[in-house]
Design a protein around this ligand. Structure first.
Ligand SMILES: [Fe+2]
Length: 177
């Protein structure tokens, strides 16, 4: 696909990405871009959810959780940006408002802080699984740039999950909900 070999985009720092990997399997770019766009939607949804918990958390753990959720939300916002730029670099269109609207966040009047931790833990685990799948797809089609991006996103997602998991365990042990 000619678009792949000639596509360029600039990243946040204004540096041009390299042309999107001349050795990538021909014909694989649309499938990879589609999979990256699905991750973009996941990342954006999880960003909003995490930010929402940042706004709504209450209770004895307010301050550390409020700060942690904001930190995780910022990381997810940056991931969304990187995924969108990679999709552009592949000559495809990053997901727009219509696609990103598929957010299932529910309208709950309130949620306990331990449930916030559990939900985010599960969401990050599910996201890590999706990232692994798309990384496999990119590896199979010799898309080194996407593989490298996803490897980095996977590390961040796993770290968020582990952190949330540790806090959840601490809460259970201390019984300090
Ligand atoms: Fe805030």
């Amino acid at each position: 696909m000619a678009q792949v070999e000639h596509a360029h985009a600039t990243n946040r720092n204004g540096n041009a990405h390299r042309p999107a990997n001349g050795s990538i399997d021909r014909g694989a770019a649309p499938a990879i871009a589609k999979a990256l766009n699905a991750l973009l939607a996941d990342s954006f949804a999880l960003y909003l959810k995490t930010k929402n918990f940042h706004w709504h958390v209450i209770g004895p753990h307010f301050r550390p959780y409020h700060l942690l959720f904001d930190e995780h939300a910022e990381e997810l916002s940056a991931s969304t940006e990187e995924l969108a730029e990679r999709v552009r670099a592949m000559g495809a269109r990053p997901a727009g408002a219509e696609e990103l609207r598929r957010i299932r966040d529910g309208k709950r009047p309130s949620i306990r802080s331990q449930d916030m931790l559990s939900e985010l833990m599960e969401d990050n685990e599910a996201m890590a699984e999706e990232v692994r799948k798309v990384r496999g797809l990119c590896e199979r089609h010799a898309d080194a740039a996407s593989t490298s991006l996803l490897q980095s996103l996977l590390g961040q997602t796993e770290r968020r999950r582990e952190f949330l998991c540790d806090l959840r365990r601490e809460q259970e042990e201390d019984n300090t909900f």
